[in-house]
Ligand binder design. Structure first.
Ligand code: G
Ligand code: G
Ligand code: MN
Ligand code: NA
Length: 250
């Protein structure tokens, strides 16, 4: 079992690493962004996925240090990419409650030289559940800096539509559970159609997550979904593989 002291030691030993997964424009096929996804290179256990340590990091508050690490290393990596390729970074609700968030985003951008307009921050609906004035103020402040805000795992929480009214998101990421059942379930198809239509009407980019095959991509194209991300294009890979992922025809 993982313990707080293991996380602390791993931070000290620099065992965390940002992996990257490409996001493609559906119409052109071009890679338009990479999402940073945290990995732990454990000396004994090998690569550990976030599901196995993020909850503990959130409980112990260490997510603040981890989040800072991801933001800094991802901005530094992204600054070396072509400047029409954006960076998406996940933010934990715990990071959102931290009064230092804005300062740490500013610092990561300044240290890396990355243009704020190339940074997208992904938040889940649970951030908005707090629905405090402070949360909205933070979102607006980030936006004023040029940073874009994405609503991640869309459709898995509740009262999603009221969130779209409380804050003008730049992007909706359609949860992969809807995409995986696209070909077999009429209702998943209907939900994807509704969300892409909603995005179009509201001027919000839609990104389908977990796209694993051509049939799914074709259905998404037909529905006018803006972007797609998933194993069809690539699993998350280390920073050293970004050039290869960019040069693959798809
Ligand atoms: O990378 P994976 O494919 O296993 O990601 C699993 C979950 O962990 C996803 O919900 C993702 O949002 C979350 N996650 C991955 N990287 C980060 C990160 O850097 N910060 C936060 N807060 N969550 C992350
Ligand atoms: O919750 P969030 O969307 O931030 O995290 C994305 C998660 O989805 C990561 O765990 C990532 O490794 C995973 N993922 C990305 N593409 C695919 C895919 O095509 N299929 C599946 N099953 N998982 C995927
Ligand atoms: Mn995400
Ligand atoms: Na997601």
């Amino acid at each position: 079992r993982l313990l707080e002291m293991d996380l602390r030691a791993a931070l000290q030993r620099d065992e965390f690493e940002a992996y990257y997964q490409p996001i493609r424009d559906v119409a052109s096929g071009r890679v338009v962004a990479f999402e940073a996804l945290l990995r732990w290179n454990h000396p004994q256990r090998g690569l550990i996925a976030p599901i196995d340590f993020i909850p503990l990091a959130e409980e112990t508050g260490l997510i603040l240090q981890l989040g800072e690490f991801v933001l800094r290393s991802a901005c530094t990596d992204a600054a070396t990419w072509p400047d029409d390729v954006d960076l998406a970074v996940n933010l934990s609700p715990v990071q959102f409650k931290n009064p230092n968030l804005i300062a740490s985003v500013i610092a990561a951008l300044a240290a890396s030289g990355l243009d704020a307009r190339r940074l997208e921050l992904e938040i889940t609906e649970s951030v908005l559940l707090q629905n405090s004035e402070a949360t909205l103020a933070t979102l607006h402040e980030l936006r004023a800096m040029g940073v874009r805000i994405s609503l991640d795992d869309f459709g898995t929480g509740y009262s999603s539509l009221s969130y779209l009214r409380s804050f003008p998101f730049d992007k909706i990421k359609i949860d992969r559970s809807f995409v995986s059942e696209l070909a077999t379930r009429e209702d998943s198809m209907a939900i994807i159609r509704a969300v892409t239509g909603l995005g179009r009407s509201l001027g919000i980019v839609t990104t389908a997550e977990g796209v694993e095959n051509d049939a799914q991509l074709e259905l998404l194209r037909r529905e006018g979904c803006t972007q797609a991300q998933g194993y069809l294009f690539s699993k998350p890979r280390p920073a050293s593989d970004v050039a290869v992922m960019l040069n693959r025809p798809r």
